[in-house]
Write a protein that binds this ligand. Sequence first.
Ligand SMILES: [Zn+2]
Length: 227
Amino acid sequence: MIKPVLFSPEEQSIINDKRESEGFCKESWSDKDLAGIKKKIKQHYLVEQNNCCYFCRREHTGKHGNEWTTEHLLSRSDYPEFMFEPFNLCVICWKCNQSKQDKKIIKGDFGKYPDSSELFQIVHPHFDIYERYFPYYEPEVLYFPWGDKGAFTYLLYNLGRFSRDNKFEEFSKYDGRIGIKANQYAATLNTPGVSEEDICAELKEIKEDLLGVLLKNHICESINSTG
Ligand SMILES: [Zn+2]
């Protein structure tokens, strides 16, 4: 889990003034007087995330600064009140950002920022452990989601795009089925009499099958050493 950004009293005062100002809305994020605070936010989360996009885990090479964006998990359009909420922020790449846009990730309305994992449909950078929902992944190649949250995150941030970009047909078929599979696993988790060990064994089997396909096609040999 990543740590939230901490604002100084001066920064907090600028933020409070901004939120109380007339005409405060989602576009206020682009106001020039917030440039320093926005820079601090981005830098904080880049360090916390080891220079990687939180969702696809692509590394920020430093060459394309504009490709990285501060993500408002609850969107600025629907929740301008959470624009500066540290738990609502992380850094993602522009492709993940483009896939998600303003899509909803919670059910219901909340007066204050929802503060626990189960209230969110996505893997939440501040409340969840990424590896719990993506037990196997290889950045820019393969993501194996686990459970509802894993599947929802996979689809929302379009993590199947790498296999499609590689024009690897067999892998794309896998991508098409993956949301359904992950949901089946989530359902199995709640089935009496089925132990987590059984599920893990089955998951391992699927991983082996997938590895066979990957290795056969020389797509990714390194994944064999993970998980
Ligand atoms: Zn990304």
